[in-house]
Design a protein around this ligand. Structure first.
Ligand code: THU
Length: 132
């Protein structure tokens, strides 16, 4: 599966976003190494801090299904923004927990362009261990 196809999955799930407070829908799609695609949306809450981002919803769904560190091939993130929508830093930290440093993170914009970043470049100097 190429990045355009993975991004199509991220866009397709946008309609399931539960974002009545921000009105800022986000969709994410993860390609697993076995070829499976696992999607997620942001799920908001009236107590704003209880909100879960699309990226974490997708990652936690993969873990719930039995996938483990090392099973993640790439992630695509889509919104309805004009500019490229970058993952928040909590989601980057969760990506660092499960994704290899060279995992591609695909972002898109309103024109439908896709940019590829490596996780290590968008999450530099990440906190990765307690034994230090
Ligand atoms: N959000 C995501 O789902 N992913 C991101 O990468 C950025 C932010 C959500 C959280 C909240 O529901 C809304 O976007 C506005 O912050």
């Amino acid at each position: 599966m190429n990045k355009e196809q993975l991004m199509t999955h991220a866009r397709a799930v946008l309609k399931h976003s539960y974002s009545p407070y921000s009105k800022f829908p986000v969709g994410a799609a993860i390609l697993m190494k076995d070829g499976t695609v696992i999607s997620g949306v942001n799920v908001e809450n009236v107590s704003f801090g209880a909100t879960n981002c699309a990226e974490r919803t997708a990652i936690f769904t993969a873990i719930t299904q039995g996938y483990q560190k090392g099973d993640f091939e790439a992630i695509a993130v889509a919104g309805e923004t004009e500019d490229f929508l970058p993952p928040c830093n909590i989601c980057r930290q969760v990506m660092v927990e499960f994704f290899a440093p060279t995992t591609p993170v695909y972002l898109t914009n309103g024109a439908g362009d896709i940019r590829e970043f490596l996780l290590k470049d968008i999450a530099p100097l990440a906190f990765t261990e307690l034994d230090m």
